[in-house]
Each structure stands twice: as structure tokens, then as C-alpha cells.
Design a protein around this ligand. Sequence first.
Ligand code: ZN
Length: 228
Amino acid sequence: MIYENEYAKVDFFDWEPIQKCKKVGLAISGGTDSALVLYMLCNELKHKNYDYEIVLFTLVQDSQPMVQHIVMDVVDIIRDMFPEVNVPTPLFTHWGGDVHNEHMGNKKVNSSREFKKKLIAEGKIDSILSGRNLITFATAEEQATYGLDTLRVEPRPSIMRDGIPHYEPLSITDKKFVAKVYEDEGLLETLFPHTISCTGNAQDTDYFTKVCEKCWSCQERKWAFGVY
Ligand SMILES: [Zn+2]
């Protein structure tokens, strides 16, 4: 399925290694990007005859316990949109750290990677699908302060890692593309309101009753979608 607008053209699932797999693992965070690739995957499975099992997984850090509820909300919306596709309840794993206090990023990324390796070793997944995209609204210097695992300034091709294909269809573009696909697919009134991008902790969000409007994820969402 091709998704094309003024920002990019993404031919979803146009990568042979991923087409040969059977159990695709998607890390779903409750944000707009992973929700969109889940939508794209379900759309693909609905229209093409792939024999695929979807496995969803989420790393819930203790400083953001609401993530589990946000993710379930997104999953329920996608289930309503694609009743013919088996969208499973995500596998949740907990992480005791707080990215705001622990040199954000790397420790969380390592925990997430360990979880993926465990799923691979147990035979639960044989491929990874990711909503990772480029960050173009901030400079490399600014991104370095976000504590991301790697700067998202260069397109990253889909790769083999830990012995399985990692497919990152949005890695050639940024959140403006994502926002336009939401608009073109009619998802701004349906899926979008159920996603939350904020990475703020309890203090920043009045115990998760509002988004913080200051973390980089909030800033990027406002830049692309026009709202926090
Ligand atoms: Zn925020």
C-alpha cells in the first residue's frame, strides 16, 4: 500500500525480508507514529493475503504508568477499524527507571532491546516493525539533549539486527508526513485523539491529567499536527 503526500512517499511493506516473516513484533507506545504503523500493517493484512501474526509489545516505565491505558485505547480503536484482523493485546513489560532522571534514553533503549531479544529467543517474533522516523524540527545539537538512542537526522534503512529484519518504513521521513497521512486517511478525528506523545512524568502532567507541553515529544507533535 502506497502512502504519498508532499513530504514523502512510503510504499508500506515493500521490503522483501519482512514479507517472508510470519510473526511481526511492533513496539507500540501510545504515540502517533507506532499507532500509524499499526494502522498501516492492519490495512495491509486486510487487503493482501499475508499469513501474519501481529505481536504488540510495550515497555512501561514506572514514571509513566498511564502508558498501558493509552496503548490499550489505541489498540481498541484499531480493532474497531479492522475487525477482520487479529490485533492482540500487547505484551507489557515494566521498567523501573525514569528517563528524566537517568540520562534519558540509553538505559530505556537497552531495556527495550533486551525485551525484544527475549521475544526473539522465545520464538514469539521473527521480525520487528517500528514507527521510528526522522526528527527535522530540531537540530542535531538540540536532539542530543533529548537523550535519544541515536540522533534522527539521517534516513536509516531497514536492517537486519539480532538475526531478524527490522523494518522502519517511516525512517525516510518525519512527523509532518505522519500528520498528513492521518489527515488523508481520515484518522484525525478517530485515531489521533487517542494517541498521546508526551513523555512528561507525574509532576509535569498533574498526575497524567494533561500533557506537559514542554517535552520534545509535545513540541514535535505541536509542530506537525498543530496541537499538543
Ligand atoms: Zn510533554
